[in-house]
Design a protein around this ligand. Sequence first.
Ligand code: CP
Length: 309
Amino acid sequence: MLSVKSILNIEDLSLEDIDLVLSNTDSFLEVLGRDLKKVPTLRGKTIINLFFEPSTRTKTSFELAAKRMNADLVNFSAPASSLKKGESIIDTVKTIIAMKVDLIIVRHPDSGAAKFIFIKTNIPVINAGDGKNEHPTQALLDLHTIKKRFKDFKKVKVAIVGDILNSRVARSNIKLFKKVGFDVSVVSPPMLLPENMDYFNVDIKNNIDDVIGEVDVIYMLRMQFERHNRELYPSVREYNEYLSLNMDRVSKMKKESIVMHPGPVNRGIEISEEVMNLSGKGSDRLLINTQVTYGVAVRMALLYLLLGQ
Ligand code: CP
């Protein structure tokens, strides 16, 4: 059993919890490989996808994960709800709980929103991304992706590149990767780093060329234009010069090294069109779609561990 009732952040997860999630993920990957990708594990359970921000991967993969385990999943659409008539978030959540929901998956633009909902309701909550704070299920699927690729995965060197300041993925991934013993560095200009960067205790570089030939995993972050004033941040030309992954940089990567990105990708900014369109030789190091596939299995494992046991 997990030591937690909700998945709110990485700090709360023990190493045993993380191992349990990853071993169950392998079992659910086996289910996803079958012709009939369905098990009755969560029959009779009701789950709500409460998304106050746009999402393709996280929302759809939670929906698929729930449906593949026979749970009933309801998608809550904030713009079409009574929030528009002035109802508060907590009254909205209490209304939903009154309908006998078993678990809430929440994405919200404010840091701490998932924890707030858990404290107020005391039913299981999964944080599907809260502001700039955390995106723990993304970190778990990323860890699974790395673990499947590297046999001796304790020695893995990871560089996380780009907009650390605005990235909840970076915060969750740095914490999780360090927790399992990876050698983690970040590549980012000072204006894309948070003020409390010391807290993370990682090596900081400003140019991707300083790490490209040394790391096993180059983890590219999305430039989060919607969260900042573009004038304060690097131009596309500067971004391409110091941070982007292009074909020349891919050619300098270690033989077995891999490229990851949580998506959605800004093509031509974080990763060049040529790299995104790689096919044949070399394309197997681009794991962006593999991350998405593992995302469904990781989320099945989490729903099972929180509701099915
Ligand atoms: N990686 C991620 O959270 O993507 P979505 O915003 O599409 O869910």
